[in-house]
Design a protein around this ligand. Structure first.
Ligand SMILES: [Zn+2]
Length: 408
């Protein structure tokens, strides 16, 4: 047993039944004790006793029902007391560390960012995170006893069972003992997960995945990854490495990928791949407005935003580059759909923030290459959580534990 039980008085949350009751209230609030018993198949005395414990912990509140259909005595209804406790979410990306403090409904009370300017050593990286969390906590007075946990979303390969960042390709770090170090420093339970899997969990709590039992979240940035939600659970596999859509092969003779193979989706459609392609091909497309901007006196720097700006001005070269990226993403997504048949695809990344230049060809490829009956409807949407998705996903890692697993 680590610091969990000692620091936060939640020993009894170990009870799976208590989490079941809590989750039922979350899903159906306002709800009466009798309805909870009916829906969970727990006996009314068990429900009453669990509800009393939850009230004692200030996790739920009681209120009188507005009216009853039968005209009988108004039942007491129960609701989650979302503002009673706090959660810290951390997202460590390639260029930035973002730390937020939220209530249990994901309302952000405090937000701190630290840019990663140079590649840090393992120790420097851990210290940057510890400092960032201290800055966040210093920013606002809150009772630390009321912090339920620290959720940590980390890019690259992660072992959630050990709270370990196994390999971070963008920061060039290996085996960072995130959970161990943060629990030692803050005496608050820590949960670590891969950033895209955290994003998918975040979408299921706060975003486009709410109430959807099976969806796939695809994140496109410097790399490309996916979080697969099946039967209301994130799918990890025994190796904790499921979802690497970025390294599915589109063409064995394609461009070199950073994983060592050739022709991975990432080597066609990641932001880095798109920027490289523009740089390489611009030499032969000097009529593109991008060539004019980059060679001009305005000091424009090549960026994804600049490519979109050119596409919006009708630049054929920029439009083609974005269209081809969309086609590659659509092809890989169609393959994934054929295997898993999710009912929804949620897309996240800069490529989907500025118009439909990538989204439309992506959708066309899905339409063309998915094998489905007329009853099967698969919707493709863009994340509405945007840049906050990953860090809210980190918060959702803790919520998931409290409301679903009874691991406390
Ligand atoms: Zn690869």
């Amino acid at each position: 047993m680590s610091y969990h039980a000692k620091t936060v008085s939640f020993e009894k949350m170990k009870s799976l039944n208590q989490s079941t009751v809590l989750n039922m209230i979350r899903l159906r609030e306002p709800i009466s004790r009798a309805e909870i018993a009916k829906l969970t198949k727990l006996t009314p005395p068990t429900v009453s006793s669990l509800v009393n414990e939850l009230i004692d912990k200030n996790l739920i509140t009681e209120e009188k029902a507005e009216s009853t259909n039968t005209g009988g005595r108004k039942p007491i209804m129960l609701r989650i007391n979302y503002s009673a406790y706090y959660i810290i979410g951390v997202y460590a990306a390639a260029e930035v560390i973002r730390v937020i403090l939220t209530t249990m409904d994901g309302k952000i009370l405090s937000d701190f960012r630290k840019d990663i300017i140079e590649l840090p050593s393992k120790e420097e990286f851990i210290n940057m995170i510890i400092e960032s969390i201290h800055r966040l906590l210093d920013d606002k007075y809150i009772n630390r006893e009321l912090i339920l946990g620290i959720g940590f979303a980390m890019h690259g390969l992660v072992n959630p069972d050990e709270g370990l960042a196994i390999f971070s390709p963008h920061l060039h770090l290996e085996n960072v003992p995130i959970r161990e170090r943060l629990e030692k420093e803050f005496h608050i339970p820590v949960t670590v997960e891969n950033d895209v899997r955290a994003l998918a969990i975040g979408e299921s709590w706060f975003g486009q995945g709410q109430g959807i039992p099976d969806f796939i979240c695809i994140s496109v940035g410097r790399g490309i990854g996916s979080g697969i939600f099946i039967n209301n659970e994130i799918y990890k596999s025994s190796f904790n490495t499921a979802g690497e859509i970025g390294h599915t092969i589109l063409n064995v003779n394609g461009p070199k990928c950073q994983c060592g193979n050739n022709g991975c989706l990432e080597s066609y459609a990641s932001e880095s791949a798109i920027l490289k392609k523009v740089k390489d091909e611009l030499k032969f497309n000097q009529t593109s407005i991008l060539a004019e901007w980059l060679n001009g006196s305005q000091n424009d720097v090549l960026s994804i935003h600049l490519i979109f700006k050119a596409a919006k001005e009708g630049d054929c070269f920029a439009k083609t580059i974005l269209e081809e990226a969309g086609q590659s993403l659509g092809l890989a997504t169609a393959n994934m759909i054929n295997i898993l048949k999710p009912s929804k695809i949620i897309l996240e990344g800069n490529l989907f923030d500025e118009g439909d230049f990538v989204l439309l060809p992506l959708k066309k490829m899905i339409e063309k290459y998915t094998f489905k009956s007329s009853q099967e409807e698969i919707t493709v949407v863009c994340s509405t959580l945007g840049k906050t998705g990953m860090v809210l996903g980190a918060v959702a890692l803790i919520l998931q534990k409290i409301f679903k697993t009874g691991e406390w």
